[in-house]
Write a protein that binds this ligand. Structure first.
Ligand SMILES: [Zn+2]
Length: 121
């Protein structure tokens, strides 16, 4: 059941700096889900160069727990793709995100193909 956030006055927040450092050390500076390094300042995402940001993700989504704990460091893309979904295991989350990555790449390929066809007309 989802929390009524207005009723409990809960707000999302980032973990404190010391906890951020501890989490990054525990994860060897890598995304909890895709295990890519979070050290890179720039990454290629959907064919575009973009700034790599660390997202502080709640393993149990905030909308379910209303609690600001159980943080992991995630890359922006995994965090956006995971959104507020709840998984039974880390493996389930990784499988879901891998499938999403594949879907996005297929969609990008189709778009490029359509642009190529349009340019040919
Ligand atoms: Zn990731």
């Amino acid at each position: 059941m989802k929390f009524e956030l207005d009723m409990i006055g809960a707000r999302r927040r980032k973990p404190p700096k010391a906890e951020q450092r501890r989490i990054l050390a525990e994860q060897d500076g890598c995304c909890f889900y895709c295990e890519q390094s979070l050290d890179a300042l720039l990454v290629i995402r959907r064919g575009r160069l973009s700034k790599n940001e660390i997202h502080w993700d709640h393993v149990i989504p905030f909308v379910f727990s209303g609690a600001n704990d159980g943080f992991v460091a995630s890359c922006a893309l995994c965090n956006q793709r995971k959104h507020d979904k709840l998984f039974d295991t880390l493996e389930d989350a990784r499988n879901y995100l891998r499938a999403k990555d594949y879907e996005d790449k297929q969609r990008e390929k189709e778009k490029r193909h359509v642009r190529h066809l349009r340019a040919a007309i």
